[in-house]
Ligand binder design. Sequence first.
Ligand code: PMP
Length: 312
Amino acid sequence: MTSIWMDGELVPADEARVSVLAHTLHYGVGVFEGIRSYERADGSAAVFRLDDHLRRLDESARICGLAVPFDRKTLVAACLEVLEENGLRDGYLRPLVYQDDASLGGLGTSPPVHVAIAASPWGAYLGEEGLTKGIRVHVSGYRRPSLGSSLSKAKICGQYVISTLAKRLALSQGFDEALLTDDAGYIAEGTGENLFIVKDGVIKTAPASAPILPGLTRATILHIARRGAEELGLADIREDNITRGELLVADEVFLTGTAAEVTPVREVDGQPIGRGKAGQVTMALQKAFFEIVRGEGSAPAHWRTSFGALVR
Ligand code: PMP
């Protein structure tokens, strides 16, 4: 990583610093996004659902009462500039809205709001083999905080403590990822992914009313599934709660997220899912997803923001 965009300027990565007294560092009131760009066969590239991600960033900030000090157009240009500056086609963007401070102001203060945008190369988040063969997951003892005790629809820095600890625990126990239940015991989502199951031609994911982050990849997969239901052999597409029992006897399970893309799950707590390998519907959805993000499949025009057409 060579350059980071900070409040309107490109700064060398090792000079992109905040104060150790930054309010966000102490209390977690900050918001962020994770966004990917994909290279196309002709050497150009496009950021996937950039506008939707920046809209969620703004909404996350508003949920925290933070006013993002740059408009959407500026942030779109900044994201593209960071990718270009760092020579990235297949890249991962991390915009962060945070409150910096130079004094120990305490909870009640609301220091100035800043924006930083970093970019780096990022391959398959859950491993190349995970994308083709499926991953092994663990149902965590950590729960997704309830709607009453968290702001689960927003990507707020402090809310990632539970996800981080659940992920670290799962990795230390030899799993690839953790699933979190909600307070009622339903399986809500992964630490940074939404969850889908497929059973007898019915595809299901937790509803937006559950304490999940309603991911943009989740929405993309629902779009692909609805559009190609017949071809995919799907009898129904549901947004409904998923029990642990349903998860264990599903024909197929997969996770979706900007980082995880569409990753099959082959095992839950040591029990094989279906035949213990990536499922057919999962892989068909994954194929359609990659075709869309790489500019080969048809998709709403605003989903792909092109850049880098002339520079190579
Ligand atoms: N749930 C959580 C908790 C997440 O952090 C993410 C990643 N942003 C997702 C789901 C998936 O969201 P998206 O598809 O928009 O990346």
